[in-house]
Design a protein around this ligand. Sequence first.
Ligand code: GRG
Length: 293
Amino acid sequence: MTPYLTERIRLVDKALGRYLPSARTRPATIHEAMRYSVFAGGKRLRPILCLASAEACGGEVEPALPAAAAVECIHTYSLIHDDLPCMDDDDLRRGMPTSHVKYGEGIAVLAGDALLTIAFEILAGAKSTSRYDIGAFISELAVASGSRHLIGGQVLDLEGEGSEVSLNATQLRYIHESKTAALLTASTRLGGMSANVTPARLAALTTYGKSLGLAFQIIDDILDVTQTSEKLGKSAGKDEATAKSTYPALFGLEKSRQEAARLTRKAHEALKPFGKKGTRLHELADHLLDRDY
Ligand code: GRG
């Protein structure tokens, strides 16, 4: 972990700590469960990308914090729901027992719902800029999290699971774009929007986020095959056990690594308009490609 990432995680966690109701707020169980999953760990990749994107656009970190916290709340909600017995049925997440194992299914569903909802409450506290009003911020996050992207990708994933017929590369890419890349892209775009980014640079952040998001999911699928549950903090080997179509399953590990590297190069290229200000985004792209958890 680099000093930059450690400092950013601390900053994001402090903001999340402020935005989320205290664990003693009534009814305490739900607030405890929300905090349990949010603070169970996690790389904070999406909020860090959001903050780095704001800085790449010449903005400050402070105005980007509501968006950074909001994307992490959406992400954590999706993990809680994805782990439920009716979905991926997992008992380990971020190195800890999953929400439903700790609190029961009912509270886990509600903790996910509450994090989804509070994400928009937090984002509504962001400041409009001359190009982007609060409606634009809210719409950005709602579309990325909704039935055409995050939830839509999960639907296709669920339908494909255990199916005799494996998906083709186009279908797989579509799932990755929806389930993973959409929220990553929204994170970079929201960071830019908080810094009043120009339309041309917003398009560049979109290309960066999409390429990075696809590379991130391919690496995630590779790590599922090559790493232990202990290292990942979540159950490894799950994709093979559930006969999931993944890049490594379709193309093998080496070709998958090459594709992740190609997409990362594409992400780097997209950052040209930002010059030196894009340094952190370049570093993050490399870090994600090289990660081992
Ligand atoms: C709406 C229920 C629902 C699900 C949406 C996001 C999602 C679909 C499911 C979660 C599981 C999954 C495999 C998502 C793909 C994205 C991904 C690799 C998530 C893990 O993200 P990390 O590695 O996690 O950033 P940490 O714990 O570090 O934050």
